[in-house]
Design a binder for this molecule. Sequence first.
Ligand SMILES: [Zn+2]
Length: 326
Amino acid sequence: MEYSMNKIKIDQSVLNKIRCPSCKEKIKKLNSKLVCLNKKCKKTYPIIDGIPILLDKDKSLFRVSKSNYKKESFFYEPSKNLFKTFIRKITPTISLNLKAEENYKMFSKALLKEIKKPRVLVVGGSIVGSGMNRLFMYENIEFIETDISIGDRNQIVCDSHQIPFADESFDGVIIQAVLEHVLDPQLCVKEIHRILKKNGIVYAETPFMQQVHGGKYDFQRFSLLGHRRLFRCFTCIRDGAVGGPGMALAWSLKYFLLSFTKSKKIRTFLDTFSDFISFGLKYFDFYLINKPGSLDAASGLFFLGRKSKICLKDVDLIKMYRGTNF
Ligand SMILES: [Zn+2]
C-alpha cells in the first residue's frame, strides 16, 4: 500500500450533490458546520481541516472529532521506531493482487467510452488501494474519495451505510477491500446502486479466504456467488479472483503460527518470520489465478458490473457456479 498526499479539492458541482447522511435531504453550510435543511431532521455535521464529517451519530459506529481524528483508521500506522520501519521495509509481502490493474483499466475505458469527464466515488479511499495508481493516471476522471476517518487523500468522511450524496450522482463507484469491514454489506451496495447514474459502473474487491484483519472492524467474507448475489441488481461485466490460493495459503500459515500465542513480542516476530518463509507461495498464483479451482480457494474476489433495473434471481445465481467443487 502506498500513501499519497495529493488531496484534490472538490468543486461546487460536487458539493451541490452532498446530502444529509441521515435523511438524504439537502444540507447547507452555516458557521463552519453543515446543517440539514429538513426541519424534522436538522442534524449538524462538523467540518474539520476543511473536510466535511458526514457521519450520522445515530447510525454509524464511527466518530471523528478534532481530538481523535487520526485514530479511527486501522491501516495507517506509521512507526516512529527506525528499526521497526527498517524491518518492515525489507520484509517481503505475502499478498499479490494479480487483477486490480487490469480491472481498473477496463473500468476506466468503459467509463471514458461513454462519458467525457466521468465522476467516480471511491469508498474507503483514505489510502491508495492495490493497482489504483493505474487508475489515477486517467486525468479525465474526477475522483471523490471518502473514508470513515481523515486520511491523506479523502475529501469527505462518511460511512458507506449512509452515503451522503443525492441519487444518481456518480458515473462510477470503487469499493476495494471495504465490504469485509462493514456491518451490513447489502445496505452498502444498495447505497452504491442509489448514487450511481443509469448504467453506472461499480468495481468491488472483497476478501474470500482471508483471516481477520482490522481487529474488531472485520465482519464479512464472500464466495464468488455470495459476492455476485450482493451485486444482484447489477449486470456483470467481469468477475473472478484477484488474489489466488497461494496467497490464501500464506495468510493461513501466518495466522496458524500467530494462533499459538497472545504475546505481542512473539507475535511480531512470528508475523515477520512467516512473511520470510511463505512469500514465495504467492508466485504460484500467476499459474493458478485463472483456473476454475481458484474460485473456490481464492484469497480475494472482484466484481465489475453495471447498474441495472433488473435484479438477478437466486435460481439463476446458482447456475453461475463455475468452480470445481461438485
Ligand atoms: Zn437530515
